[in-house]
Design a binder for this molecule. Structure first.
Ligand code: PMP
Length: 783
């Protein structure tokens, strides 16, 4: 299991698009790649020769940790001659790429919870580098109309006592914006006043157009130099991305800290690359100017093409090799009935339709934009622009009223609410009086449900709950003289009250306050029904998933995290199994048998069941749904977010996998017709689930052992984060009240059930549905 910290780091989106483009290329598709962040020029010959010479001279061993002295001296000379800043040897460190310098620097500088100001659009690595150091990234947006520059006022208001540093990328990836000297000075005044550090990422310093005069932040004066750490390297200016040489220049104390970290992470940067970089910095510089003038030509060309596209704006970059046009007016449009929606949608559209790879602006914290790199040949840029323009012209205005088939209700309350399951009569009466006040004629819904023979009346002012209630259960007569066994009040809009659930056993009354989610309403109803039917009919409810095989039933019981749903639905893929119940199974014992009933007309299923059973998606499309995610921003599926296959990005108006809280009311007969579902079975097997990688796959349980596990409801072998915080007796979260008398009744019931069934402890971390099938088929001799 990887750490939570790692879990939260997304793969670089540039990498995602580039690797998808590469995979398409490998399939023989002619892709134009405008997503790359490296010059297309070869490393100049003299630099390559220096590398070769280093190998020939066996300069292939560890070097000084902070870099070879000659290279550090060359860096000092460049900083002095090109930028007018003086550094000593202990103020320079050479690393494996500028990225590595940056990472070490942030580790040295930032304590837990200290803030680092990052300007959006930002280079994708900054926020992650900060969060890996347990710092907090404070993202401050800059605007196209302000040339993507930070104003002194913005800086001032962003700084708080928690601020430790600001990252200033000048010129910027992805916008190409660069600061003039006076603009930097205005920022420097504030930085000195507030005493924060500046991480000056100046890696594109040499790639500057239109005779723009570049000023390094550290060149603004001796005082600001003490607060500035320059990050730079040879990757971009000398077309040496793969050689991995970067450096940092700053106060000796900080550089020394970086050296300590480096000594334990990468050690010295590659010896051969250091020699080659020495040549890059000390040898002839005309290749750099050649490259810059070629980039300027391409920038001008790209800008000219973009300016000709209707409804697109593009800032004129002063440096780097990217164009960052605003494409948002095309997000409203659609192709083949699918709306673009956002920068990811645009990136996928351009990749699939135009066969051009670009990077979505969202990766840089600016979703209205896309990044086009012109660090590719002019020929590619021309072709790429042709294709982009052609693809944009194919987009049509999306229909104003888009019919989304989904019948989805977003509720305010998403999950379980606190329960007080044994309120006294006085409190019950007071609560009923309070809620009845709000149940006037208008907006009042009442419906009697027949839940396994127990009549429960729902009284509510929440139409969504009424809808789901009617779908979930079979109806009972709704007549004035029919006395329900119990009543559930579910009332919203009560001022000053938190969402909460109450139950009074004496009067069989449930009261749900300010809770518009169906889950708590259903649980309250099930608790009521269990309370009634245990006492009146000696019928008990088991929380689990059950299937039938030729009249013989098996039931899976287990806490969250034991992969019950996955196991259940993979079992059901075999035609021999029929679906019985998905959550609650009403069971009675008679004549040595335990017969089990499914009381639900429709199943309240989490929509992420589609992950194990994709055909459900089609069925959910026609079902009533609750809290299905419709916007990427709301997606909570971390695994999915890390992958490169988002439905919402591809223009889908909803995603069933994006949240664990999304539910649908699925008619079990829709799954595969009447042959696949049965309402009644006779229980023969019980599988109590555990989930770990070491315990035996399957162990037969004696009655006492099984009963002990069930009574304690303790999760076996599941990590704390997955198991519910509280043990649930009988693994049944619908048992809201648990008096000693009820627990006694339950234990007796399960004792009896265990006598009528074979019970196994099943480790779903090791064993699969096939093993479970073998037991069932073997024992029953059913072939
Ligand atoms: N900073 C910025 C702004 C960059 O764009 C890049 C490369 N994409 C780097 C740092 C890292 O450069 P290096 O290859 O030296 O690690």
């Amino acid at each position: 299991m990887i750490s939570e910290r790692t879990n939260q780091i997304g793969v670089s989106p540039t990498l995602k698009i580039t690797s998808k483009a590469k995979a398409m290329k490998a399939e023989g598709i002619d892709i134009i790649d405008l997503s790359v962040g490296e010059p297309d020029f070869p490393t100049p010959e003299n630099i390559k020769q220096a590398g070769k010479k280093a190998i020939d001279e066996n300069f292939t061993k560890y070097t000084e940790n902070e870099g070879i002295p000659t290279l550090k001296e060359a860096i000092i000379t460049r900083l002095k001659e090109d930028l007018g800043i003086s550094y000593s040897m202990d103020e320079i460190i050479v690393s494996s790429g500028a990225k590595s310098s940056l990472y070490h620097l942030i580790q040295v500088l930032i304590n837990e919870d200290e803030e680092v100001i990052i300007l959006a659009p930002y280079w994708v690595t900054y926020p992650h580098a900060v969060s890996l150091a347990k710092g907090k990234a404070l993202i401050i947006p800059t605007k196209e109309e302000n040339d993507f520059l930070l104003s002194p006022d913005q800086l001032k208001s962003a700084i708080s006592p928690a601020t430790k540093a600001i990252i200033l990328n000048n010129p910027s990836n992805p916008t190409g914006a660069a600061y003039k000297k006076h603009q930097l000075e205005a920022l420097a005044d504030i930085i000195l006043e507030e005493d924060i550090y500046v991480i000056a990422d100046e890696i594109y310093e040499k790639l500057i157009f239109d005779n723009f005069s570049f000023t390094s932040f550290a060149a603004l004066g001796e005082d600001i130099k003490k607060k500035t750490i320059i990050i730079n390297g040879v990757s971009k200016a000398y077309s040496m991305t793969g050689w991995r040489i970067g450096y940092a220049a700053g106060p000796a104390e900080i550089i020394n800290g970086m050296a300590k970290i480096q000594s334990h992470s990468t050690s010295n940067a590659c010896s051969i690359s250091q020699k080659a970089s020495l040549e890059a910095l000390t040898g002839p510089q005309y290749e750099v100017s050649k490259m810059v003038s070629e980039f300027q030509r391409r920038r001008n060309y790209g800008l000219m093409r973009l300016q000709a596209i209707p409804d697109i704006s593009c800032f004129k970059p002063q440096g780097a090799f990217y164009l960052f046009p605003n494409f948002s007016s095309y997000y409203e449009k659609e192709f083949g009935g699918i709306q673009i929606r956002n920068s990811y949608g645009m990136a996928y559209y351009l990749l699939n339709e135009a066969k051009v790879a670009i990077v979505p602006g969202d990766a840089f914290g600016a979703d209205n934009y896309i990044r086009i790199s012109y660090a590719t040949s002019m020929e590619n840029l021309e072709k790429g622009m042709d294709r982009i323009i052609q693809a944009l012209s194919q987009l049509k205005a999306a229909k104003k009223v888009r019919r989304v088939a989904l019948n989805n209700t977003i509720t305010r309350v998403k999950k379980l609410v606190p329960v007080e399951a044994d309120i006294n009569l006085k409190m019950r009466d007071a609560l009923v009086a309070e809620v009845e006040n709000l149940l006037s004629y208008e907006n009042y819904f009442e419906w009697n449900a027949n839940i396994n023979g127990v009549v429960v009346q729902l009284r509510t002012n929440i139409s969504h709950l009424n809808d789901f209630w009617i779908e979930n259960w079979y109806p009972a007569q709704l007549e004035a003289d029919l006395e329900p066994h119990g009543i559930i009040y579910a009332v919203d809009d009560i001022k000053g009250r938190e969402p909460r659930s109450f139950y009074n056993s004496e009067t069989k009354t449930g009261i749900l306050i300010n809770t518009d989610n169906y889950g708590p309403c259903r649980s309250l109803a099930l608790n009521l029904v269990m309370d009634v039917s245990e006492r009146l009919f000696n019928v008990h409810a088991i929380r689990g998933m059950s299937a039938d095989i030729k009249g013989n039933g098996l039931i899976l019981i287990g806490p969250p995290g034991t992969k019950k749903t996955e196991l259940f639905f993979s079992l059901l893929q075999d035609k021999i199994f029929r679906l019985h119940a998905s959550d609650i199974i009403f069971t009675r014992h008679a004549g040595g048998f335990s017969s089990a009933d499914c009381a639900e007309r429709k199943f309240y299923l989490p929509t992420n069941t589609v992950e194990t059973f994709p055909p459900f998606a089609k069925l959910f499309d026609h079902s009533k749904c609750e809290n299905v995610i419709t916007r990427k921003e709301d997606c909570q599926n971390m695994d999915c977010l890390r992958q490169d296959d988002c439905r919402l990005d591809r223009g889908s108006p909803y995603c069933y996998k994006a949240s664990k809280e999304a539910q649908a009311m699925l008619d079990p007969y829709w799954i595969d017709g009447p042959a696949k579902h049965t309402k009644r079975t006779t229980l023969r097997w019980m599988f109590i689930l555990r989930y770990d990688s070491v315990s035996p796959p399957i162990a037969k349980l004696e009655i006492e052992d099984a009963l002990r596990i069930l009574e304690s409801g303790q999760s076996l072998g599941i990590s704390k984060s997955l198991s519910s915080s509280k043990n649930q007796p009988f693994f049944n979260p619908h048992l809201l009240s648990s008096t000693a008398e009820q627990m006694e009744l339950h234990s007796k019931f399960f004792q009896h059930l265990l006598e009528n069934t074979s019970c196994y402890l099943f480790n779903s971390g090791v064993a699969s549905a096939d093993e479970l099938k073998k037991i069932v088929l073997g024992e029953s001799q059913i072939k």
